[in-house]
Design a protein around this ligand. Structure first.
Ligand code: NAP
Length: 311
């Protein structure tokens, strides 16, 4: 049996604590070897302030999981790949497309794994939805991704800065599922973006896509209070498919055909172990391409200023 991959977490923040630590503990083939975080450490685990300090230290690591915000992650990924480490990138894989192309080239040159992770693709019913749509290509798809930014991102300022993506931070999860389950290639042809008067990133987006014999509408909104909605509804000749709760539930004409428990991050780590063991890379930028297109083609609408009361 191969030795476990010794992995360091970079950026011990919300997602690292909520998901990465438990998933690493639950996954065979990977173990936590170090932390690099400016303001956080873990008892009993070698901890460093930055990835540069980690790389210079006498601690053996094979891989890093970059759990920092997208802005600034390129330098960390570049340093890790340059040092010959495998790299697991949180979503979105970068703040720009060019930086991912550079990282992929470097990973190839160094012969190491680069994994651009899309956790929503590992939601329990995404595979069943993909199989159903492969046999019954949709004619129309409606994506509704509406959540309360104050609940999910209390006090986070990077999401509102350039590169933070605003409402596309959750919206890109929907796009990662959409591009995994719809068999037709899609192209964005309309984008309306709502920017709060005091912010550099949109709080809502309304998008239109088309592909061969299919149209897609997507509505992303961060101002949702009450029930949170993460739905993808597809019209097919077999009926109306509804993938809801972010991919946890699948119905066809109202009848439940699949449901499951959340194990997205365990799925991601199992995939990462498989990639490292197989000497492979997995870097799909399609969800980020659509987001970039939404900014390129976007019509800007000014909306009410957004104040985040939580300090
Ligand atoms: P976060 O808690 O705001 O940031 C993670 C950690 O990164 C922070 O604790 C901080 O640690 C470090 N950091 C923050 N700003 C930094 C900067 N400018 N330079 C260097 N380090 C910085 O963010 P998060 O919610 O965990 O999200 C991180 C990534 O995971 C994002 O790409 C996000 O889209 C993705 N993600 C988040 C969630 C979620 O529910 N939050 C879900 C899925 C994916 P130190 O101050 O200790 O260095």
């Amino acid at each position: 049996m191969s030795a476990a991959i010794r992995l360091a977490i970079v950026g011990l923040g919300k997602i690292a604590r909520d998901q990465h630590l438990p998933a690493i503990a639950a996954t065979d083939g990977v173990e936590l070897a170090a932390i690099a975080s400016r303001n956080a450490a873990l008892d009993g685990v070698p901890s460093f302030a930055t990835i540069e300090e980690l790389l210079a230290a006498d601690v053996s690591v094979d891989a890093v999981a970059l759990c920092t915000p997208p802005q600034g992650r390129f330098e960390q990924a570049h340093a890790a790949l340059h040092a010959g480490l495998h790299v697991f990138l949180e979503k979105p894989p970068g703040a720009t497309l060019a930086e991912i192309l550079i990282l992929e080239k470097l990973a190839r040159l160094k012969g190491v794994t680069l994994f651009a992770s899309w956790h929503s693709r590992f939601a329990p019913c995404v595979g069943a939805a993909r199989t159903l749509l492969a046999d019954n290509p949709p004619s129309h798809v409606r994506v509704t991704w509406k959540e309360d930014v104050r609940h999910w991102h209390p006090g986070q300022q990077w999401i509102w800065e350039p590169g933070g993506l605003g409402v596309f931070d959750p919206g890109i999860n929907a796009l990662s599922i959409l591009t995994a389950i719809v068999p037709q290639a899609l192209r964005l042809d309309r984008s309306d973006l709502s920017f709060p008067a005091n912010r550099a990133a949109p709080i809502a987006a309304s998008l239109g896509f088309s592909g061969e014999a299919v149209t897609v509408e997507a509505e992303f909104d961060w101002r949702q209070t009450g029930p949170q909605i993460w739905d993808i509804e597809a019209q097919t000749r077999a009926g109306t498919l509804l993938l809801s709760e972010g991919g946890a539930r699948l119905t066809l004409d109202g009848d439940e055909i699949a449901a499951g428990e959340d194990a997205e991050y365990r799925g991601l780590y199992a995939r990462f172990v498989e990639l490292v063991r197989g000497g492979q890379r997995d870097v799909d930028v399609e969800p980020l391409v659509h987001v970039a297109d939404a900014f390129m083609l976007g019509r800007r609408h000014a909306v009410e200023a957004f104040e985040d009361e939580v300090a």
